[in-house]
Design a protein around this ligand. Structure first.
Ligand SMILES: [Zn+2]
Length: 120
């Protein structure tokens, strides 16, 4: 994956996980993908999830570190987590780009995919 890196057992991702009442989350900060409740292997085994988070990496590159965070938080306050424009775009990218991260494996079925948090 480009220049991004994965951080397991991230305290920051744990805060997001509690906030979102989710069993596992990935949270992108710049080029780092912070995980809580999921291992690197579990994350990488779901190409839809990887594609979603890689869209956030791209968004960070487009808007800059604080430019992204500011827009993200404003979007959260205005629309709620699920409808943050960056999240809507990342869900679309997840569907569109999953095949790019499938590493030669068949795409997982719905039951094997990481659920998108709806709360927050
Ligand atoms: Zn997201």
């Amino acid at each position: 994956m480009k220049s991004s890196r994965i951080i397991e057992n991230s305290p920051l991702a744990r805060i997001a996980r509690l906030k979102l009442h989710a069993g596992s989350v990935a949270m992108v900060l710049g080029h780092s993908i912070h995980l809580s409740g999921a291992t690197r292997e579990q994350f990488l085994s779901d190409p839809y999830w990887v594609a979603h988070e890689m869209e956030h990496v791209r968004q960070f590159e487009q808007y800059g570190y604080f430019g992204f965070l500011w827009r993200y938080l404003v979007g959260w306050a205005r629309h709620g987590y699920y409808n943050i424009p960056f999240e809507v775009a990342a869900r679309e990218a997840g569907e569109r780009d999953a095949v790019l991260y499938a590493r030669g494996q068949p795409l997982p079925g719905p039951e094997a995919r990481h659920p998108t948090p709806k709360a927050g």
